[in-house]
Design a protein. Structure first.
Lengths: 123, 123
DNA sequence: AGACGATTTCGACAGCTTGTAGAAGTCAAG
DNA sequence: CTTGACTTCTACAAGCTGTCGAAATCGTCT
């Protein structure tokens, strides 16, 4: 897959949280609002990051509208699942890892996991 | 955590697979044997990588013996679990991620997951 | 003690990624 | 056709990783 830098990650978070595609200017403003650190990035910086994210296959751009609009290709959850599988892929004994992993999740999560497993059992 | 490069990863794999701590020369030989590509790395290369892994907190070195001996700090599984939690940590709705994740694992793994959950249920 | 071989430490450098942006090109509207 | 917004191109500094050579060190053999 592709690991994300801090800024790339922030941009993806904004895109994931937005129902509509966003423009580079939207993102610049949102990023400034986020940090509240008065540190406005140059628009070109945002555009560069967006271009890189596009190359990585994480965002797609609408070139039809004049200020191009950018949207995430897949949901945040799907992306995270990809990361999980990537991490698991490097382990030969997936089950041993899963066992340890289960030990670390909360009771609530364990309960919902059980529920999920049950609902999938039919398949 | 710390992501690993290809060589760093190979070294960690060897250390994880070894019951005994290994020396840089052991590792150089093992690496050459692995690739079978006749490409022997310089020992200093291996030492550099080991120093970096030590700095990252992944391996510990015995300075008491003359050829220093290196061993992994934690098991491969624990490391992988760390990666999983790191990936999950960036997601707000862990359960949505877990749900999608379950959909992608094999039936066997689902079965063992169920078993693990059951065995942990008592806690 | 002195020399020698094995080991380790200290830079060093190239290539890739990420953050950051200026300069220049392009496009639509007036 | 001029202007202002938007995009593309190019660039550069840091940091990470692979890869070593040169130099310092350490144990040992004579």
């Amino acid at each position: 897959m592709a690991s994300l830098g801090d800024l790339e990650r922030s941009v993806m978070d904004l895109l994931w949280d937005s129902a509509e595609p966003l423009t580079a200017n939207d993102l610049r403003d949102d990023l400034a609002a986020l940090g509240a650190d008065a540190k406005e990035l140059a628009v070109t910086t945002v555009l560069t990051v967006l271009a890189r994210l596009e190359k990585k296959g994480l965002v797609e751009r609408e070139r039809s509208t004049r200020p191009h609009r950018y949207a995430a290709c897949s949901s945040r959850e799907d992306h995270t699942v990809g990361l999980l599988n990537e991490a698991l892929g490097t382990a030969q004994d997936r089950e041993a890892v899963l066992a340890r992993f289960i030990g670390g999740i909360t009771a609530d999560e364990a309960a919902s996991l059980r529920a999920i497993l049950d609902s999938v059992k039919s398949a």
